[in-house]
Design a protein around this ligand. Structure first.
Ligand code: AMP
Length: 249
């Protein structure tokens, strides 16, 4: 089974971002970037499937600036076999990402496509669903368990009212949730080995898809400061404060 994993370059989750004073965006100067955490989980799952003999090849793909090669190298160091960069300096929205991925799916014919459930920078939670619709493949979103059995996968989805178990016929598209696995760290030898693994670089614009944005950001502002919390000695005191001070009950 061939697996395609979509990985995105995002601002490192441990960085506190700074909003530009003119409120047009985030200050990206010298900002530390990383592999989107949900994409790390997607890569880990694909590698585990390869290690268990269920997958034969793991391909990682990223759509973004030239520097996205850094995140592709990380995925290669974690164990992916090869990488594809669809290079563009435009800000790419989920529908354009899904359309580009659909073209790659047509070309590579992976039995399974694994994505993160969301990008932590834009929090869209849209790409996997759009890709499944565009390719006509069954989809399983927010998965916390996955097993493969010949021509099907069995998944557990984390949904609002609990866990949902489904079987999907392959080829399929899934998006991964936090509890699916704990990603490994890349070892130094694998980081060195990853430098020799191939990255196929192509221009995203060469696919003939209209990549122009459909969403207009009016302004981006810093969230209001949260007031510090208070420790209370008893439930009675808490209820009193909620009634008289916060006036929420
Ligand atoms: P989103 O719909 O933007 O929240 O992203 C969900 C998932 O889609 C991410 O975790 C990635 O697996 C994939 N994805 C989104 N944007 C990109 C991108 N620019 N390049 C590669 N994969 C992406």
């Amino acid at each position: 089974m061939k697996i395609l994993v979509a990985v995105k370059r995002v601002v490192d989750a441990n960085i506190k971002v700074r909003v530009l004073s003119d409120e047009t965006g985030i200050d990206m100067n010298d900002t530390k970037m990383a592999l989107n955490p949900f994409c790390e989980i997607a890569v880990e799952e694909a590698i585990r499937l390869k290690e268990s003999g269920s997958a034969s090849e793991v391909i990682v793909v990223s759509i973004g600036p030239e520097k996205s090669q850094e995140q592709l190298r990380t995925a290669l160091a974690l164990g992916a076999d090869r990488a594809i960069l669809l290079q563009t300096d435009q800000v790419i929205e989920p529908l354009s990402v899904a359309k580009l991925l659909a073209k790659l799916v047509q070309e590579e014919q992976p039995e399974l496509v694994i994505l993160g459930k969301q990008s932590i920078d834009s929090d869209n939670n849209q790409t996997a669903q759009m890709l499944a619709a565009l390719t006509g493949r069954p989809q399983g979103t927010f998965i916390s368990q996955l097993s493969v059995d010949n021509s099907a996968i069995h998944i557990t989805r984390e949904v609002d009212n609990g866990l949902q178990k489904l079987s999907l016929q392959l080829p399929a598209v899934v998006s991964v949730d936090l509890r699916l696995n704990e990603p490994r760290f890349a070892s130094l030898p694998s980081i060195m080995k990853a430098k020799r693994k191939p990255i196929d670089r192509r221009s995203a614009e060469s696919f003939g898809i209209d990549l122009s944005p459909r969403i207009k950001h009016l302004k981006i502002t810093t969230p209001a400061e949260r007031k510090s919390g208070q420790l209370v000695a008893s439930v009675a005191e808490l209820v009193g404060k909620l009634k008289l001070e916060a006036e929420v009950i």
